[in-house]
Design a protein around this ligand. Structure first.
Ligand code: ACO
Length: 317
């Protein structure tokens, strides 16, 4: 497969670190030093599906196609206001496509899982043009009175169109069940038959544990992919890594003995946008002319589950 179009959409509202100082015991310096974040874009009056549709339309236009040319839609999403229908279904309606549409939830690794499914769909000959969207609003999952959580996240949507191609593609996906570390529990409707305790509340994260696991698992995935494809770390033009924390990206760069010019970042102005962070960053690179035909890009993400996803894609647009 090859990526033939990219697009992104951000919410209009920008929340700088100073905003949190007004209602929490925190400060810009702590947030910047521990996370690299200076501001984030946060959903206010928009609906997530509007951002997802905007990113999709841009990706389809960039590919020189119309919505009618799309024959499968995969959307990576953790939460949005609908449990059903799926977000991919809402996107299909909003952009005027008429193909099948399905959501995947692999937390922050979801975009890479969705991209891999798109590759399978194309390889099997079941689709020619697949729209892969990642749309996330993690700011709706956290407690805004908890300084250790609400400062970390931002919202957004990124999309790519994938078509048949002969560019290099290698992927690696892993899942290890580890619920205690990171979870968000949804309370379902009560019934007269429910007798068990049903906890609910905002997202829980053991930050230190996630940090360690993220660095170790992403480094392991990256090494394995490089070995499998016979590449050296410096053969990769850009490492498009999940943007959870600048220190995680720096730790991986350090481990690979590469300078940060190989590691574009958007966490500083987007915050952690969950599975949207990788396609948001990819679109930024593509639109700023930084990607050249033949460049190799390594994408890698980790998230609740614990899930990890990584792939090497050759840019043949
Ligand atoms: N402002 C000021 N102080 C704070 C804040 C804040 N916003 N948040 C926490 N603190 C305090 C804590 O209370 C603690 O104080 P104490 O020492 O008096 O108890 C102190 O700062 C240190 O807190 P730690 O949690 O130990 O700080 P740490 O250096 O581990 O940084 C962080 C926390 C940023 C969450 C880090 O652990 C991290 O980035 N972890 C990974 C998170 C991640 O990758 N998530 C991604 C997966 S989830 C997803 O992507 C959807």
């Amino acid at each position: 497969m090859r990526i033939v179009g990219t697009g992104r959409a951000h919410p209009a509202k920008i929340v700088p670190n100073s905003e949190f100082e007004k209602f929490l015991d925190t400060n810009d310096e702590w947030i910047r030093e521990r996370t690299g974040i200076t501001e984030r874009r946060v959903i206010s009056s928009e609906q997530l599906e509007e951002l997802a549709a905007e990113a999709s339309v841009k990706a389809i236009e960039d590919a020189g196609l119309t919505a009618k040319d799309i024959d499968y839609i995969i959307c990576s999403n953790v939460v949005n206001e609908y449990i059903t229908p799926s977000l991919s279904c809402l996107i299909q309606g909003a952009i005027g496509a008429s193909c099948a549409a399905v959501d995947v939830n692999a937390a922050c690794s979801g975009f890479i899982y969705a991209l891999d499914m798109a590759d399978d769909r194309i390889k099997s000959g079941k689709a020619k043009n697949v729209l892969v969207v990642a749309a996330e609003e993690p700011t709706r999952m956290v407690d805004w009175s908890d300084r250790s959580m609400c400062v970390l996240f931002g919202d957004g949507a990124g999309a790519v169109v994938v078509a048949e191609g002969d560019g290099e593609y290698h992927s690696r996906l892993t899942t290890t069940c580890k619920v205690d570390c990171l979870h968000y529990v949804r309370r379902l409707e009560p019934t007269p038959h429910i007798t068990k305790d049903e906890p609910s509340g905002p997202m829980y994260m053991n930050g230190k544990e996630v940090f360690k696991t993220a660095v170790l698992s992403s480094s392991r995935d990256i090494k394995q992919l490089l070995d499998e494809s016979g590449l050296k770390p410096s053969d990769i033009k850009y490492y498009v890594l999940h943007q959870a924390n600048l220190r995680i990206v720096e730790a991986i760069a350090n481990w690979l003995k590469l300078d940060m010019s190989h590691f574009p970042c958007n966490v500083n102005y987007c915050g952690n946008t969950s599975s949207a962070s990788v396609p948001l960053l990819l679109d930024e690179l593509a639109r700023s002319g930084k990607l050249k035909r033949g460049d190799k890009i390594l994408m890698s993400a980790f998230g609740a589950g614990f899930t990890t996803g990584a792939c090497i894609v050759e840019w043949v647009k």
